[in-house]
Design a protein around this ligand. Sequence first.
Ligand code: PLP
Length: 485
Amino acid sequence: MEKKELLRGLPKIDEVMRQESLVVLSEEKGDLLVTEAVRAVIADLRQSILDLKEKEADRFDASALEISAVAEAAIARLAEDEELKLFPLINATGTILHTNLGRAPLCDDAVTNVSRVSIGYSDLEYNVPKGKRGSRHDIVGDLIAELTGAEDAMVVNNNAAATMIVLATLGAGKEIIVSRGELVEIGGAFRIPDIMMQSGAYLTEVGTSNKTKASDYENAIMTEEDIEEGDWYDKDPRHGERFETGALMKVHKSNYDIVGFTEEASLEELVEIGKKHDLPVIFDMGNGLMLDMSEYGLREPNVPASLATGIDVMLFSGDKLLGGPQAGIIVGKKKYIKAMKKHPLARAMRVDKMTFAALEATLMKYRDPKLALRDIPVLRMISTSPDDLRQKAEELATAITRVAPDLKLEIVPVEDQIGGGSAPMVRLPGWAVSVKDGMKSADRTERKLRKADVPVIARINEDRLLLCVRTIADNELDTVARAFI
Ligand SMILES: *Cc1c(COP(=O)(O)O)cnc(C)c1O
């Protein structure tokens, strides 16, 4: 066939649009996008014909020009265009709060509640019994107070935002005292000294990298009198400007540990100093653990116990060990929380109805710790027993063998992690299925799993591909197996 003939064989858009499959699709998606897909397919075909050398024209597969073939190509093109950039995948790494994989998965009730509340209107800022304007801050305030013993609470976009608004409210133009052992970088650009500067507060570092005593905080407190008298001036060789102290701050060593010859001030000691000098004490605790989970190897502070020491303001994430949506939760004394709610940054950091819906449903579970451990995925994954994990690994191996009998599988013990910059020293004893695909390298198999319809993210250890079952939900086992087809 000659090129000219091929070009004449290109179907018209209208002809293709009359195909039954496209008529149906147009009804569902509207004809604008469908027509556009057909036009694009025909344009591509025309271009590829024009690009042919005259003697190649014979070899061109003319069946691609048939109306039904063009319709099919248009449907495929449309499906490709509609692929969403944010999609679910399976975490087989055994790292529970995987930051790159979206941190905490939500519990079922949280997801249901998001859809219940956001599909229509809600009382986000409306007091229904009174028939007048309400405040979104009231939504979870009482529940958080009930669960933690806090006087009041406020929810912002994440814990980084919480740190910012706490420092801006209590520390702008004042000094905030922090231990040199706790000047944390959480990740990316989030470093305590930098956030401090952004908030308008002045960082006063005390102690050393390994040892900070309670007296170090107390000795660093500046009062208006100290500044007027200027005693500090001769002690500081640089004669830097000093400001009144606004607060004492403790930051949880979330993602690192200092071991050996060490000392740090306890919350109790800081609370005592704060009381004596009439200064608020802030605790950035980070992970938001609500229950004592030391029986599962997790020796971390928890929210109610930390608050019980008398801390004035405490902040933590919603999507770390609390197991809810991304949020920063600030709890503490009413007068401080009230000031934060009024701060101009509050509006810039406020969360929407979907976050409140997910958070409220998640927090409800904590009314009964047994329910929280059973229903909140993060807590369930931490508390699953090694025996149950081993059994799950065996189930996964059986499912894989069913679809891919030639793979060499082994059930092996592994050490899982909390992740998400939390409890870095904790190793949770777990189980995995180790997979060997003939002579193929583990890297190659890993790439293949990432290309599956539902991508599976596996762990590689010493050229072994590991599917760690702790982070794989029961109803995902078959999907993981199908990724090998
Ligand atoms: C994780 C963490 C943060 C930051 O929290 P995001 O919710 O990620 O913004 C701040 N401080 C501490 C101590 C943390 O552990």
